[in-house]
Design a protein around this ligand. Structure first.
Ligand code: HEC
Ligand code: HEC
Ligand code: HEC
Ligand code: HEC
Ligand code: HEC
Length: 380
């Protein structure tokens, strides 16, 4: 009898999925932003939309335990699983609309009120007021208003007829991203990845670099020249927008030359431990190409002296990833000659080629080598 009541209550709370409305609701008045989000990596974060995420999940011991604790970052808009985890302590995703179309929705992100810091992972604290969305613009606490001016001849509207708007500084500083992006520890209390200490006062932040202002109106009602890019440029999508923050240079020396790779980001250049960055230098001399040994930059996590998957790792085996704001100098002992053309190419693999087989991702497009930036220098 008791069991029936508990299940009954559980059923009720699982059905009441109304905290975050679907992103398709925002589409009507924010069509450009909606389209950008649809093409972004933030839509490809669930096991139904993210190939690498699914490949790792399929090997994860939590899968056998029915405990998809990835949900709070990879599909927070799926209120069914979030509630299930909240009540039962664990839960598994089902192929619903939030998982397949809208894992990190407009309403979810725009409802993040604050970030609560924890050792394991941070938490997003969500606004509980329905249909009140946060804005980065200071002093914007608006309800929809229509004002008449010039003796009622002109009507001026402000705010949104659909929702309220409140200012929230964390949307301007980028702190809003840190509930999910800051760091993560595994069950062995080992920190798998970390943004390190973010300097919020720097000229650029998460938002200015990954959501730059682009042409086109933010709403179809109140026309603006630009809006913040909601495609979240990064390693999977629109890396062309990120290349400007990586500076490649060359200095000729008496005994060879030095290439510098400057990371202007306030975090390690690549963050996920599956990534491998590659620096390739080629010299064209008398129409012949001299290929120098490529250099790799990685963070390899390990257990018992062997590279390990994130849930098994207990130590860092190697970390020569280019750090936040670092200008890395790499020496080559090849003597440069006048007339040489040097090509410096900086690229990366999303999935370490050594892990492709284990993840059953052979031949998949996500395993392809990608170029972030190329620079040509002719030696005088
Ligand atoms: C605290 C938030 C958080 C939790 C919890 C979390 N992740 Fe992630 N995960 C992220 C973020 C943020 C990224 C993007 C980081 C990046 O691109 O460097 C990411 C990226 C990934 C990637 C790389 C995907 C790709 O396409 O390149 C994999 C794989 C992954 N996570 C697996 C998991 C699995 C499996 C779980 C649960 C067992 C999990 N994550 C739990 C935040 C989280
Ligand atoms: C009926 C039209 C309409 C719908 C639907 C709508 N919005 Fe808006 N929204 C607007 C208008 C108009 C503004 C501009 C208000 C202003 O600047 O005075 C706006 C502004 C905003 C802003 C603040 C912009 C700023 O200046 O920083 C955010 C955030 C926002 N909307 C998010 C959303 C989200 C999330 C959804 C879907 C859950 C949504 N909107 C659905 C009309 C709409
Ligand atoms: C000065 C510009 C800059 C700032 C500030 C910045 N980033 Fe980046 N970010 C980059 C660059 C450059 C890359 C690497 C190239 C790429 O992603 O195409 C990158 C990569 C990433 C990636 C992908 C990493 C991976 O391994 O796939 C994520 C996720 C990310 N940044 C999130 C953030 C967050 C969150 C913040 C705020 C704490 C932030 N970034 C601040 C420039 C910046
Ligand atoms: C991952 C978090 C995140 C998601 C998802 C997200 N936004 Fe935003 N959005 C932001 C941040 C941060 C800003 C502030 C950027 C700024 O003002 O420079 C912003 C700004 C805006 C603005 C202000 C106008 C402008 O210049 O861009 C509107 C309107 C908006 N978002 C609507 C939406 C809608 C509609 C969606 C879904 C299609 C959406 N957002 C999804 C984080 C998000
Ligand atoms: C609710 C959690 C969450 C929030 C909030 C969030 N992200 Fe993410 N983000 C993720 C996850 C999860 C991934 C990667 C998923 C994967 O690869 O499977 C990701 C991926 C990314 C990427 C990689 C894109 C690429 O092409 O590789 C960038 C860049 C990024 N986020 C920037 C931001 C910025 C900037 C903010 C703040 C405005 C933000 N994110 C807020 C969860 C979040």
């Amino acid at each position: 009898m008791k069991k029936v009541i508990v299940l009954g209550l559980l059923g009720l709370s699982l059905i009441a999925n109304d905290q975050f409305v679907d992103s398709s609701v925002c589409k009507g008045c924010h069509p450009m932003i909606y389209k950008e989000l649809q093409d972004s990596k933030h839509i490809k974060t669930s096991i139904y939309t993210g190939k690498i995420h699914k490949a790792v999940w399929d090997l994860h011991p939590k899968k056998g335990q029915g405990d998809y604790n990835c949900a709070k970052c990879h599909s927070p808009s799926d209120e069914k699983i979030i509630k299930e985890i909240g009540i039962l302590g664990k839960g598994m995703p089902t192929e619903n609309k939030a998982q397949t179309k809208d894992p990190i929705s407009c309403a979810t992100c725009h409802s993040i009120k604050n970030i609560q810091e924890h050792v394991k992972t941070n938490d997003n604290i969500y606004n509980e007021k329905a249909k009140t969305y946060y804005s980065a613009v200071e002093g914007k606490n608006s309800e929809y208003k229509e004002e008449s001016s010039f003796f009622g001849l002109f009507k001026k509207a402000s705010g949104s007829p659909f929702h309220k708007i409140e200012s929230n500084k964390i949307f301007a500083t980028g702190k809003v991203c840190m509930g999910c992006h800051s760091h993560k520890q595994n069950s062995k209390d080992f920190t798998i990845c970390s943004m390190d200490n973010i300097d919020y006062s720097a000229k650029n932040n998460c938002v200015t670099c990954h959501m730059p202002k682009v042409q086109g109106t933010a709403t179809s009602i109140k026309i603006t020249k630009t809006h913040s890019f909601h495609g979240f440029a990064g390693t999977h999508h629109r890396e062309d927008l990120m290349a400007q923050y990586l500076k490649l240079n060359l200095k000729k020396q008496n005994t060879g030359f030095e290439v510098s790779v400057k990371n202007e980001a306030n975090h390690p250049l690549f963050l996920h431990t599956l990534r491998v960055a590659v620096l390739k230098v080629n010299i064209t001399r008398d129409k012949k190409k001299i290929k120098l040994e490529p250099k790799e930059f990685v963070k390899i996590i390990a257990n018992d002296g062997k590279p390990a998957m994130p849930w098994e790792a207990t130590t860092v085996m190697k970390d020569n990833m280019i750090k936040a704001n670092e200008n890395r100098l790499i020496k080559y002992d090849t003597q440069l000659q006048s007339g040489d053309n040097v090509e410096i190419e900086f690229g990366y693999y999303l999935v370490n080629p050594k892990a492709v087989k284990k993840l059953s991702l052979e031949g998949d497009e996500v395993t392809k080598y990608k170029i972030l930036k190329t620079k040509h220098i002719s030696i005088k």
